[in-house]
Design a protein around this ligand. Structure first.
Ligand code: PLP
Length: 291
């Protein structure tokens, strides 16, 4: 396959970097996760503009300057899918510092950009899209709120996510639920969370969760169904007694949650509103609707 690397498509094996790459040492970098789907009109990247905008915003928050225009980064993603002849794809744009120097000043460093694309199925398991996943509350917290980097999809924000997911998997769960530093529900390791209470959709505010593009899409779909969406602080025990719960994310798409900390949520499988939104989501991304 080919990877877009600083303006050129290069063979996968040549898309390498030096061991003194600054980002490898200090973790200062930003990235995106984007999906392209097969549609009746060919392969289409879902919410390309929004992902590129978030990438540039993440870089701005971390004071990194992307040496390409928004349009160039859009085209890079299109090229990565097209030139690899992928009908559907997961794409990974990433911005990182080069190996021109060490230390924390980082004022003499080149900023590099790559876009890789590959085929990736259901992130949390195909069977789980219907059956739902089992999750546990993590001993690791989401602490964007303390570092004022809530809006950045930054490499460094994923250390706790990884530790949380590894802890969950080691204990036999499919995913982790991270709380914020005050103990309120934040998000999954790489997903936003929603709960259903009496026909309404509730989701945590953006104080401790990433501003998910899938989350926003769910708002739109809920609006079309005439379902009220409430953004608020939520506790883990409220989730125990929710009628339904699900995760959203570019990788996880819409994944039902059937159990949290050993408590069965709702009917113990995919709930009716989750099923409806999941099916609308897949119709939406695969262009089976007009918008
Ligand atoms: N929360 C975190 C920590 C994530 O990494 C992601 C994935 O990008 C999400 C939420 C979901 O965001 P999106 O729907 O934009 O993929």
């Amino acid at each position: 396959g080919l990877i877009w690397y600083d303006g050129e498509l290069v063979p996968w094996r040549d898309a390498t970097t030096h061991v003194l790459t600054h980002t490898l040492h200090y973790g200062m970098g930003v990235f995106e996760g984007v999906r392209a789907y097969e549609t009746p009109r060919g392969t289409a990247i879902f919410r390309l503009q929004e992902h590129t905008k978030r990438l540039f915003n993440s870089a701005r928050i971390l004071n990194m300057t992307i040496p390409f225009s928004v349009e160039e980064i859009n085209q890079a993603q299109i090229a990565a899918v097209r030139e690899n002849k992928l009908a559907s794809a997961y794409m990974r744009p990433m911005v990182f510092y080069g190996s021109e120097g060490m230390g924390l000043r980082a004022d003499n460093l080149k900023t590099h950009v790559i876009v890789a694309a590959w085929t990736w199925g259901a992130y949390l398991g195909a069977d789980n899209m219907e059956r739902g996943i089992r999750i546990r509350t993590s001993s690791y917290t989401r602490h964007h709120v303390n570092v004022t980097m809530c809006r950045a999809k930054a490499n460094g924000n994923y250390i706790n996510s990884m530790l949380a997911l590894q802890e969950a998997v080691r204990d036999g769960y499919d995913e982790a639920l991270l709380l914020d530093t005050e103990g309120y529900v934040a998000e999954g390791s790489g997903e936003n969370i929603f709960a259903v209470f009496d026909g309404e959709l509730h989701t945590p505010t953006l104080l401790s969760a990433l501003d998910g593009i899938t989350r926003k899409t769910i708002f739109t779909l809920a609006d079309e169904l005439g379902i009220k969406v409430v953004e608020r602080r939520m506790t883990r025990d409220e989730l125990y007694v929710a009628d339904e719960a699900f995760f959203t994310g570019t990788a996880a798409e819409v994944t039902p949650i059937r159990e949290l900390d050993g408590r069965t949520i709702g009917c113990g499988s995919r709930g009716p509103l989750t099923e409806k939104l999941q099916s609308l989501y897949f119709d939406h991304v695969s262009g089976k609707r007009d918008d």
